[in-house]
Design a protein around this ligand. Structure first.
Ligand code: AIR
Length: 255
């Protein structure tokens, strides 16, 4: 394991050189950070759950023709991915007001938005990932206008898919963050969904109780993070009653 070349280490994941050119291994750590790593804790088992949940979502996206970097899960903490050139943007899609949108615009948490809103944040820890406009993105060359169009189209498809997936298991998708990358195949380049999609980067509220089933439990010191992530995995049919290793599909929850 330690012989592998480490390409990049982030707050929650490590990227290693993959077995073939153009591939990487994405390793999920148990570290949780918030407020740009000012708050940090190791939460036993979080990486394993995020690896499984993100695998489930990326595989389904691949299956419906949304291009992603995901190839396959390798073990409890690692997945094989295609090497992409990460676009330095956090693409946030919001369906319900919460978090920084509520704070910035004074809209009460839980307010249904008139339509889904897509925002771009510049990925830069030193600057605290500031909100930016398409003007900034194109002027500073982070992405071209055509790439922005592709990113928006992907974000809408991912949002529609995830909203329906979670709705079917009694969970409200409030918002989520995704990242995109440029995948080069010979001389062709296309934009694909990269990084991870897990309760670390979504706001997921139980439809009946309104309980938070995501990383806000850590940000707000609510506890019960592993229990909440496990419940998300269980409802998606990833973990059975007694932790079945193979998923059998989502468990329908009646409204
Ligand atoms: N997010 C943004 N940066 C990192 C993450 N994980 C996610 C949050 C939330 C959404 O983006 O988890 O689901 C919007 O976050 P915020 O803080 O802007 O309201």
């Amino acid at each position: 394991m330690s012989r592998r070349r480490r390409i990049y280490e982030g707050k929650a994941k490590v990227l290693y050189e993959g077995p073939e050119p153009g591939t990487l291994i994405q390793h999920f750590k148990d570290d949780a950070t918030a407020f740009n790593a000012k708050k940090h804790q190791v939460i036993d088992g979080k990486g394993v759950l995020n690896n499984r949940i993100s695998e489930f979502i990326f595989q389904k996206l691949n299956d419906i023709g949304v291009p992603t970097h995901f190839i396959r899960r390798m073990n409890m903490r690692e997945q094989l991915i295609r090497e992409v050139e990460i676009i330095p943007l956090e693409v946030v899609v919001r369906n319900v007001a919460a978090g920084s949108l509520s704070t910035r615009l004074g809209i009460e948490e839980g307010t249904q938005l008139p339509r889904s809103i897509i925002e771009f944040y510049y990925k830069n820890d030193q600057l605290n990932d500031p909100l930016v406009s398409e003007e900034h993105v194109t002027a500073f060359g982070w992405a071209t206008p055509q790439e922005i169009d592709d990113i928006i189209a992907l974000a809408i498809r991912v949002n529609d898919f995830l909203s329906g997936l979670f709705l079917g298991v009694g969970i409200r998708l409030v918002d989520f963050k995704m990242e995109c990358g440029r995948l080069w195949e010979n001389d062709m380049m296309r934009i694909v969904v990269a990084d991870e999609i897990s309760p670390d980067c979504c706001r997921l509220w139980d439809m009946k109780s309104g309980d938070k089933m995501d990383k806000d439990r850590f940000r707000k010191d609510m506890g019960g993070l592993i229990e909440a992530y496990t419940e998300v995995a269980r409802r998606l049919g990833i973990l059975g009653e007694n932790e079945r290793p193979q998923g059998s599909g989502p468990i329908l929850v009646k409204g």
